[in-house]
Design a protein around this ligand. Structure first.
Ligand code: PLP
Length: 377
């Protein structure tokens, strides 16, 4: 008897699910080591915008302290972490939703607000998960052409139609690293709020906020107070160094927070992530060190690209997008040399690679490998 019912299982999924091209994550170090028979210890991974400093010591201690309690479920409401976030950002704790990474919050927003017949607006070359989250709900994509590799907010506003329920904005954006100053975001929020009221929600994704220079930072929590149709999402995966633990949060007024919570899994943020996030939030020294290392590393990469005569997009995140021409070939050569970066052809950028900023020695390894690769066609 043929027990292979995979065809029937596929037939049971809606067409819009079957049309999804799954998210391409950065190649894990062990996978590359197996494929190319390399020593994992010698591999440099600059492919997932992780913090090269790794887990902060403060978070490691907090995790160790609670290991014996892991037989119990986590706090489903994340009381202590929300209290810490509330104190930090000056919004009430019940305006905060915790997520299994900020990715979870993007999913929750699309789950709560999108459905077949609805539409989401986002920019060309914007973070890939906006496309996936929209597609998984069977909603329509309204993809607005990029301007200088970033979001064109005027065209995004004009693209909103009667079906639109959600607008995604990444600021800074991944993979391009572009940034919209506060004035432009604020003007957009006011236009959407006045033009569409609560019918259109704006999700402002600030995963890389902590890498911005101080003069560019703005208090997006105040916009949450002002605009009832705004969700701001942040993550502990980047500058806070907790990517493997999966924790992020959203700030929004109660109406939106309520709908996010209706579709949230009760225990979506595990206990280790909750205590580590509290510790990292209080670790100003680690955050500052992360910011400074990133700033210096960005300069090193930019200088290297300039030396090699390569075009790059000025970045406001912890990565730089660089145009190398035959990106598939260059990527393969880098992999053979034990350097993992991120090809971005799937984001509509076939000639480009995205390189996460690493430790000084990792950046140097990458630039050496790139120089050798470009010098040998
Ligand atoms: C713009 C943007 N938003 C959200 C995320 C999600 O990150 P996490 O789920 O680790 O918080 C990322 C991760 O790369 C990102 O680049």
């Amino acid at each position: 008897m043929n027990r292979d019912d995979s065809k029937n299982a596929a037939a049971a999924a809606p067409d819009y699910v079957l049309a999804i091209a799954p998210y391409q994550a950065g190649k894990p170090i062990d996978e590359l080591a197996r494929e190319f028979k390399l020593d994992p210890a010698g591999i440099v991974k600059l492919a997932s915008n992780e913090n090269p400093l790794g887990l902060p010591e403060s978070a490691r201690r907090a995790i160790t302290d609670i290991v014996n309690g892991l037989g119990r479920y986590p706090d489903p409401n994340g009381f202590d972490l929300k209290a810490a976030l509330s104190a930090r950002y000056g919004v009430p704790a019940d305006w905060i939703t915790l997520g299994n990474g900020s990715n979870d919050l993007l999913e929750l927003a699309s789950l709560a607000l999108l459905a077949p017949g609805a539409a989401a607006v986002y920019a060309q070359h914007a973070f890939a998960v906006y496309r996936l989250a929209t597609q998984a709900r069977g909603a329509r994509h309204i993809v607005v052409p990029a301007r200088d590799y970033g979001h064109d907010l005027d065209r995004m506003y004009d693209a909103i139609d009667a079906d639109t329920r959600l607008v995604f904005i990444a600021n800074p954006n991944n993979p391009t690293g572009t940034f919209l100053p506060a004035g432009q975001i604020e003007a957009f929020l006011a236009r959407v709020h006045d033009g569409w009221g609560g019918r259109v929600t704006v999700l402002l994704d600030e995963a890389y906020n902590e890498y911005l220079d101080p003069e560019l930072r703005f208090d997006s929590a105040r916009w949450v107070e002002q605009y009832s149709n705004l969700i701001v999402s942040r993550t502990f995966s980047k500058a806070y160094g907790l990517a493997g633990l999966r924790v992020g949060f959203a700030m929004a007024q109660p109406r939106l927070t309520d709908v996010l919570n209706r579709v949230r899994q009760p225990f979506n943020v595990n206990s280790l992530a909750q205590v580590a996030a509290i510790a990292a939030l209080g670790d100003a020294a680690f955050l500052q060190q992360s910011y400074e290392l990133n700033k210096a590393g960005k300069q090193t990469l930019v200088d290297g690209f300039t030396r090699l005569g390569l075009e790059f997009v000025p970045s406001y995140g912890n990565f730089v997008l660089v145009r190398v021409g035959d990106a598939a070939r260059v990527n393969l050569e880098l992999l053979k040399k034990g350097v993992i970066v991120r090809p971005v052809a799937g984001d509509g950028l076939p000639e480009w690679l995205r390189v996460s900023i690493g430790l000084a020695e990792e950046n140097a390894r990458f630039l050496d490998a790139l120089t050798a690769t470009l010098g040998s066609p």
